[in-house]
Write a protein that binds this ligand. Sequence first.
Ligand SMILES: [Zn+2]
Length: 463
Amino acid sequence: MAQPYSPGKASGFLGACAKTDRITTPSATRLGKHRWKAGEGEKRTITVKYRPSDTILRYLKDMKEALTEALAQAYASAKNNNLLVPNPIALRRKVKPWFDSQYDYARHHVNPLCRTAVALLRSYRKKHSKLAVPEIRRLAMRIDSELFRVTTNGDGTVTVRVTLKPFTYEHITFTPTHRKWIEYGKGKVSEILLTDRKLCITLVLGFDGGKPLGARFTGSDLNFTSVDSTALSHDKLEPPRTLPLERIVQVQNDFSRKRRRLQLHVKNPDKRARKLSETRGRQRNRVKDELHKLSTRIVRENPGTSFIFEDLKCIRRNGEKREATSSKKLRVYLNRWPYRAFQRMVEYKSRCRTLYVSPRGTSSKCPVCGGILEHPAWATSRCRKCGVDYDRDRLASLAILQRGLRLCRYPFTVSAGASWQPLRNEYLYAPGERNAGRAGWTEQAANAPNRKVVNNFHEFPHF
Ligand SMILES: [Zn+2]
């Protein structure tokens, strides 16, 4: 069977389940975790002269040798693959066994080694318009943040402790004389470059909490076929908005149909695999394009706004857990469109800080009165205390807004606000009317061979 398209399969989408709300942006933690990419923020480098110890010199010479080997490996791999320079991770797969057998240095050193080899090959090709192995002359090695620690001593000197081998350290102490030391020192140290004469410390400035909170807040609930939003500015609720996502749903459906056809009709396994991966690539591009348009639009239409999203890290995992009981169709839906990618786009396009709240219970507790919500049908949230059926998605966006405000120590009680009463009808469930815009969903639901699929949805905490 065709695998459902799932951009969320990458590990980045499936981090640990966040139990509590967090105000930090995920990009900050991303920078800390993935050294392969530099991430956001401005980089500044401070250079210090020092005298290397014999151990460091030995290490630098070994790394020069290792870099030569990594370059040779990368070059060989490019030769075999249409002159395509491998990415650092692919190269590491090749170099690591050799590195581990050759040296007893800490194994992390292989990461910057492979990155450097790839960068050297690429820049050589750029400069000379042909691919060849450049000669390494200088003794220099980049070291990732896992392998060193910078501490300020009582007397104002600074010590950099470098882990060369596990539990074996080299200490480099210097007196900071750089005039920007204090200013740059506030940044996060991302890596150091060690040569036989100098030490370069790279700091990343202003990636953490750099954006201010907006004067307006928008809680957005991301669904299969729509983005529902509720905004609050100056203590006043604004009418909820529903942004239909027919385009994305359509692209996903078109491509999954196309892939099913390929699975059935292309008999040659090699050709089938190639065709399938081509289709997957094209689908990814189309979806990405749609997401960019959508996120740009939503950011432009909401200037000066802090967006509030659900921290959806654990949603897919919940879906997996229930695999045994839930139908395949349901899982396909859960993986249908890349919520996280969308959130990330809004986050970097917006000029205000984006907040993430816990999705736990957003569809089981009434944001108006605090009562328990029931879901007699997929699209409705029934509150017995309020005595009405709400539109599930719009009510969820209200709940998300409320949580985000609480996160900013700005409690907001819906029913107490004067702006709630005139807007209340907008949140009530209106069969047919608004849902007509959600063609993708209603059509799918109506055509679903198994009605149970539809009934199953309310079991999910998020939906
Ligand atoms: Zn209620």
